[in-house]
Write a protein that binds this ligand. Structure first.
Ligand SMILES: Cc1cc2nc3c(=O)[nH]c(=O)nc-3n(C[C@H](O)[C@H](O)[C@H](O)COP(=O)(O)O)c2cc1C
Length: 158
């Protein structure tokens, strides 16, 4: 079975998750939508992922899904998002991906997030600083990536 892991990552979290999946799924191919093209028809398994901003998946990922929707429907599908509001991961997936693809997916998951203002620039850094201040004030911890969830997800494609 051939697996394509297709992602877009603005600040690195989804890229890190995609690389973890790549390491865990034998023979998988990795496609960063910022630089790569992927011919969906050549794969049996399609994994789609990206980071949430203002409730939305990255526009390049949205465009890719829209343009390949019919072909993706023929595959085993997995969807992941990175977001700091972890409990809302599945709402973000339902809101951003076509219902037919969400229904077709054998696994959908939130992999957590990274929110380190020092690794960000401009507006992202500004938003991350405010968010982190709020989290600290409430006694919470910085969002992190859930590697156990990634391993569980990857197991469905082995
Ligand atoms: C400008 C900005 C907006 C964000 N909006 C949301 C949001 O609406 N919901 C959420 O759960 N997380 C939000 N986050 C957190 C990101 O989803 C998180 O940092 C994630 O790790 C980003 O993934 P990426 O690095 O692959 O782009 C936001 C972060 C930034 C910087």
């Amino acid at each position: 079975m051939k697996t394509a892991i297709i992602y877009f990552s603005k600040t690195g979290a989804s890229a890190e998750c995609a690389r973890e999946l790549y390491k865990a799924i034998p023979g998988a191919d990795l496609f960063n939508l910022a630089i790569d093209k992927c011919d969906v028809s050549k794969f049996d398994n399609i994994i789609l992922g990206g980071g949430i901003r203002a409730g939305m998946i990255p526009s390049l990922l949205k465009k890719f899904v829209r343009e390949n929707e019919l072909e993706i429907q023929k595959k085993n599908v997995g969807i992941f998002v990175c977001c700091s509001d972890f409990p809302h991961s599945s709402d973000y997936i339902d809101k951003n991906f076509p219902p037919v693809i969400v229904k077709k997916a054998i696994v959908c998951a939130g992999f957590g997030a990274k929110m380190n203002p020092d690794e960000m620039k401009g507006f992202d850094r500004f938003v991350a600083k405010i968010a982190m201040k709020k989290i600290k004030k409430a006694g919470g911890e910085a969002p992190s990536i859930n590697y156990a969830k990634i391993a569980e997800f990857a197991a469905k494609f082995r």
